[in-house]
Each structure stands twice: as C-alpha cells, then as structure tokens.
Design a protein around this ligand. Structure first.
Ligand SMILES: Cc1ncc(COP(=O)(O)O)c(C=O)c1O
Length: 471
C-alpha cells in the first residue's frame, strides 16, 4: 500500500492548511535540512535553530562591547542591560507578571531543578510527591528529600495511555502535612510518552497544601504556557529545547512568594549583598541574583531574547497545530503497519490519538514472530536512512519501567544481587543481562518548529521497511 500523499493529512486535519507559513519558514531558515535530505525527528532532545537567530546574535556580538556584568562601567552596563532585557522577555513570553514571578537564569532545566531540590526546606515528615514519568533531574530531587527524612511517594502512570489515575493522585494530595512543606512535581508533557498532564492539577494541588514544581522542558517548544492563568510555584525549562540556540541556558521561573521559601545551602560570587571573612556572615541578595551563582553566560543570554522573538514570529499556536496534525497522521499510519498475519509492527507507549498529548511518540517495533526489534539496531538503521531519532529510556526510567513492564520485584532482584553490592556499580550491560529477554529501551520520534509532512512520511516509509527486515 502506498503512503497517501500530503493530501491525507489535510483530509484528516483541514487546519493543517493554516500552517503553510511554516513550510516557508523551513525553506528560509532551516534549508540545511532539505539541502542534506535529513529528517530531523528529535526535537524533544533538542530544538533546531533558525539561521537568522545565529546571524542576529553574531551581529550583536560583532558590533557590541560587552564586559562582565555586576559593575557600573559602560561595557558592564551594556551587558547588564541585555541580560535584563532577556529576563523581561522570558517573563513576557510566558505572560508572567514581574510582580508575581522571577526568572532565574540557569545552565539548563536540570540546574533549575537542582536549585529547587537543594533549597526546598524539606524536614522530617514533609513530602515529596511525583509522577512516575518524570525526567531523572526531577527524580533526583528525591535524594535531597531523603537526606532530610522527608517522605517520597510516586504516583504511577498506567498503560496503554500512560496517564495518571486521578483518584490515586487525589488520595496522595490529601496526605499533605498541615503546616509542613509538601512538594508535588510533574512534567507538563512527558518526554517519554508525550502525555500532557492537566495544568488544572496546579491549583488543585496548591489548594490541598502542596507547592507545585512544573517541569515544562518538553512542553514549551510547541505549547503555550500562560502563567497568568496557571500559576505553578516553580517552572523549569531549557531554552535549546525551545529554539535550538543558544545551548547552555535554562530557567527557573519561580513565584516570588515560593522563592522566599527556598534556602540556598551556600553562597557564591553574585548571590550575596555582603559576605565577610572575619565577621563570618553573609547576606543573600534578593530575588533572581540570590540564585545565579557566579558569572552568568552573559554573551549567550541575548540569544534567548532573539530565540523567543523567533518563536513568536513563527507563531507558537501555528507550530502547535502543525505538530498536532502531523502527530495524528503519524500515529494512524504507524498503527496501520501489520505483518502478514495481521500482527502490528508497532507498539506505541502513550495515547493513540492527539488528545492531551504532544508531538513526542515512543514505540517499539516487533518482528513477524512477535519479538521486539532491538531499539539500538532501529536507530542505526534510521541513521543510515538520514533520519535522526532517539532510543533508550530518555532519562525517564519510570516511564520506561511502565512501558516495558519491568516490575519492582524484577528491578530489586537486579539491583540487590551480591555481585552488584560488591562492585558498587551497575552498568547498562549488567541491566540488559539481568532482565534478559525484555527490552531495555524504546524508539522516540518528536516534532517541532521545522517539521513537515516529508519528515513524517519518511519515517513511516522507514518503519514499513522494518516489516521486511523484521519478517
Ligand atoms: C521533561 C524534561 N525535563 C528535564 C530535562 C532536562 O533538561 P536538560 O538536560 O536540558 O537539563 C529534559 C531533557 O530532555 C526533559 O525532557
């Protein structure tokens, strides 16, 4: 069967026609994709930059004189102005009032998450609650909670859609310690399944006595996050995932009130008003500076403003619509691929429609005998076809364990072997051997600003080829 032409996307989703401006944008700004005939399908790993972002940034640097901020000399002041402009732009982009939110520049989403983890005032009996499908940098906060004897609870996600049973979540919310510190963390969009958990949870959890940490890293490149409507206490993200360039800059958006609750475990250059050696005292700076250790990446930060303006010009709603239409078409086509006996080629982990999900699709491929095709060989094969996709568990072990149906008993059996205790080490290969016969990972494709029909068509054709390889 021939893969239907672009027309079939339009038949399924007439609104796709309203996104043609993105084809023009691709031709102008991302022509290197077509020049190299490359199908880039890893936007959740990292976004792609437009040519004009790089040239605008380059021009700014070539023309300007920028010194280290934190001083009053002209070159220092020029830098401070640019950094503060970028900060204001971040708040404006997310419709966050500067009276209500503070934008703290970090190296990436993980460092933003670490700032929350190390500074949140957990004590014995407090709670850290999180969904199973969090990125490891959110999971890692549990070690700060554990060190301070706080309770740690996970809310599972369930197959096949990999969503949370809200009754379980509500039961957990009721366990908030009155007068204590209760932190609830979840991804606005899972980087494993593409599931978009309800933003309505934020206010409900807060009413139940929780501070809410929303990991928006996989959400904000293709979805609007309006902080004048939804008001999480802490929001974390990496800008390269939104617009590709610059790398090395992320952000913690914190409600001013919630920020006051955080107590940094140390001080550094830039984070204090006064520190004394002989007096053995230090006084933290108020607001964002108290959380920005040392010298910011001040030459890259102006690239954030440029990137946000680029996304605005491209139109976040248009990008959202395009990714939704292409995702819907892709899901339908992949699920149609069958072996001769009718067995499906693809097992999708996550919603099989476009409801409350983003353009991130995770799956495994099965051969005619029903055996999983190793995800690493799928990636190698895709690379040979000029397709960039990602495989593994994407730093989202909870998502992986649910999707691949690895039980707690099985996992504990692996980790508690005497040899592991002895070595104090456990490699991916040890893990693979231990769960012999089961897959240790999956294949992920993800869409973004420059995705077009040809990209998804090529992936479907590639997948169709696996029917033969696998058969
Ligand atoms: C949902 C989510 N959270 C956090 C991160 C961590 O981002 P970074 O590696 O930029 O710190 C990622 C990265 O893939 C992610 O997808």
């Amino acid at each position: 069967m021939e893969v239907p032409a672009e027309l079939s996307v339009l038949e399924m989703y007439p609104e796709y026609a309203q996104t043609v401006s993105l084809d023009e944008l691709r031709a102008q700004e991302y022509s290197r994709l077509d020049a190299t005939r490359h199908a880039y399908l890893d936007y959740t790993g990292g976004g792609l930059y437009a040519e004009s972002q790089v040239s605008e940034h380059n021009l700014l640097l070539r023309k300007g004189l920028f010194g280290n901020p934190h001083s009053r000399n002209p070159t220092s002041q020029a830098t401070t102005d640019l950094v503060e402009r970028a900060r204001a732009k971040v708040l404006e982009f997310f419709q966050a009032s500067p009276d209500e939110y503070v934008a703290i520049f970090t190296a990436n989403a993980s460092t933003a998450l670490k700032l929350v983890g190390e500074s949140y005032p957990f004590t014995a009996g407090d709670h850290y609650l999180l969904t199973f499908d969090n990125h490891n940098s959110v999971n890692g906060i549990r070690e700060y909670a554990r060190a301070r004897q706080a309770e740690i609870s996970y809310v599972p996600v369930n197959l096949p859609e990999m969503r949370v049973d809200e009754s379980v979540l509500e039961t957990q919310w009721k366990l908030a310690r009155a007068g204590g510190h209760n932190l609830f963390a979840y991804p606005a969009q899972s980087n494993f399944s593409g599931v978009q958990h309800p933003l309505g949870w934020i206010a409900r959890a807060q009413e139940a006595g929780w501070d809410v940490l929303l990991d928006a890293a996989a959400f904000v490149a293709t979805n609007r996050l309006d902080l004048s409507v939804y008001k999480p206490d802490y929001v974390t993200l990496s800008f390269y995932k939104m617009f590709g360039y610059p790398t090395g800059i992320g952000c913690l958006l914190a409600r001013r009130e919630a920020l006051r609750k955080l107590h940094r475990p140390w001080f550094a250059g830039g984070t204090i008003t006064v520190a004394s050696v002989q007096g053995d005292r230090y006084f933290m700076a108020d607001g964002a500076p108290g959380f920005e250790d040392g010298t910011l990446d001040y030459l890259s930060i102006p690239g954030v403003e440029i990137g946000l303006r680029h996304l605005e010009r491209a139109g976040l709603d248009t990008i959202h619509t395009r990714c939704r239409c292409l995702t819907g078409w892709l899901i339908e086509q992949l699920l149609l691929l069958r072996h001769a006996d009718g067995q499906p080629l693809v097992r999708l982990y996550g919603p099989a429609n476009t409801e409350h999900r983003g353009g991130t699709l995770t799956m495994n491929f099965y051969d005619a005998a029903g055996r999983v095709i190793d995800h690493r060989s799928v990636e190698e094969n895709a690379s040979r076809h000029g397709i960039s996709l990602r495989t593994g568990c994407f730093c989202n072990p909870g998502g992986g364990e649910v999707a691949l149906e690895l039980s707690r008993t099985e996992l504990l059996g692996c980790f508690n072997q005497p040899v592991v205790e002895e070595k104090h080490a456990f490699t991916v290969d040890d893990f693979r051997l231990c769960i012999d016969g089961k897959s240790t990972g999956a294949v992920r494709v993800s869409l973004g600003v420059a995705s077009n029909f040809e990209d998804v068509r090529r992936f479907v054709e590639f997948a169709r080829g696996l029917l033969i390889v696998g058969g």
